[in-house]
Design a protein around this ligand. Structure first.
Ligand code: PLP
Length: 395
């Protein structure tokens, strides 16, 4: 028998699995070119050639003991130092290798930091809509998720609703900007307001509230928009970064945590994160990937394809009468469903071979997410299906 706790997770995961199976069935029936799968956030652009070259170079040239051996659970010190230097250069921060912990992607980083700070019953706040896995990660450590409802006029966090949700048992707040699923970048004003409220609440309750900034999409921004660097606004910030999207390496599992020196309980926190990396069973982030990213710190995948896709899809759906949030970053388009039931809408879309994810998977019903990290050709081919969908809803 599997554990009672796992039964819940297994039931939840079957929704994604069902969508994947559905896609395969539709492709077998109608032909792969006639099915428009916008469900997965899997990068469609290849990693930069320099990243692949670095991997092969490292295999051939790096001393096997260094490449293949165990190491400090926080990662290679020189790689952590190189990450710190690069952040300092880009954002004017003053991190050293001691502030950086290499992780198994953002998913690994989030679990490491949550394990480090959450006691059973502690609360973690997130702003809807958000990446549904946060619920599972918080449940891993018997924390309780508190959801701030969305401000649907902008999909910036609803600051007043946020303030009302903070109680003495809130230990952490998770933000994600550029955001999955809306593509919105939180403005500097939003960040300043979140920081001000957290500072005040910490003083009022005499507690620490960590602001966990989940940043897999930091480099995926359009029209020159700036993503504020969060540690500059609030001292109890922890950055959770990933190369999955910025270097198109999601299968390689590499990212890092930044724990700034000014964070409350810094010394214990870095120690706890080091131990959590070990005892969650990661032990350390993959060595070859640590050495690889150290050679590609200033690089990103080519995001011009995402930008083309973003404009094509946004303009077409907007012209058809769908209410879309204009994405500023990431590779998702967030669309209001013309009927109130988003699952019913996604089911109807499926009849036209369009696979979209209902907003309720992101704690925000009445919307769907369209992942446009796909071939531009598929987007163009899908237009006729979107036209039929719009016609069905009399848009
Ligand atoms: N956080 C968000 C918002 C994501 O969208 C994802 C993946 O899609 C992750 C975290 C996990 O990313 P990683 O591959 O770095 O574990």
């Amino acid at each position: 028998m599997i554990s009672k706790k796992m039964i819940k997770y297994v039931e939840g995961s079957s929704i994604t699995r069902a969508m994947f199976e559905e896609g395969k069935k539709l492709a077998a029936k109608h032909g792969a070119l006639n099915v428009y799968d916008f469900s997965l956030g899997n990068p469609s652009t290849p990693p930069p050639e320099s990243a692949r070259q670095a991997m092969s170079d490292i295999i051939n040239k790096v001393n096997p003991g260094r490449l293949h051996g165990y190491m400090n659970n926080s990662g290679h010190e020189d790689v952590r130092g190189a990450v710190a230097d690069s952040l300092n250069k880009r954002f004017g921060t003053s991190f050293s290798y001691e502030n950086i912990i290499m992780t198994v992607g953002a998913a690994g980083g989030l679990n490491v930091i949550l394990k480090s700070i959450i006691d059973p019953g502690d609360k973690v706040i997130a702003f809807a809509p958000y990446f549904g896995e946060y619920n599972n990660y918080v449940a891993n450590f018997d924390g309780n998720m508190v959801v701030v409802p969305p401000d649907t006029s902008s999909f910036q966090p609803d600051i007043k609703a946020f303030e009302e949700k903070i109680t003495k048992s809130v230990k952490a707040v998770i933000i994600n900007t550029p955001n999955n699923p809306t593509g919105v970048v939180y403005s500097e004003n939003t960040i300043k307001q979140i920081a001000r409220i957290l500072d005040n609440k910490q003083k009022e309750y005499g507690t620490q509230i960590y602001l966990i900034s989940d940043e897999p999409y930091r480099e995926l921004v359009y029209d020159g928009i700036e993503v504020p660097y969060i540690t500059k606004y609030y001292k109890n910030t922890i950055i959770c970064y990933s190369y999955s999207k910025s270097l198109s390496l999601p299968g390689e599992r590499i990212g890092y945590l930044v724990i700034p020196g000014e964070a409350d309980d810094y010394a214990n926190l870095t120690c706890a994160a080091n131990v959590a990396n070990r005892i969650l069973g990661f032990v350390n982030a993959p060595s070859i990937m640590q050495l690889t990213i150290a050679r590609c710190l200033e690089e990103t995948t080519d995001i011009t394809v995402y930008d083309t896709n973003r404009q094509l899809l946004y303009n077409h759906l907007d012209s058809l009468g769908f209410e879309c949030t204009r994405p500023e970053g990431a590779f998702y388009l967030w669309v209001k469903t013309p009927c109130s039931n988003d699952t019913e809408f996604a089911d109807k879309a499926k009849e036209f071979n369009l696979l979209l994810v209902p907003g309720s998977s992101f704690m925000c019903s009445g919307y769907v997410r369209i992942a446009y990290c796909v071939d531009t050709d598929m987007i163009k081919r899908s237009f006729a299906a979107f036209e039929k969908l719009a016609a069905y809803y009399n848009l």
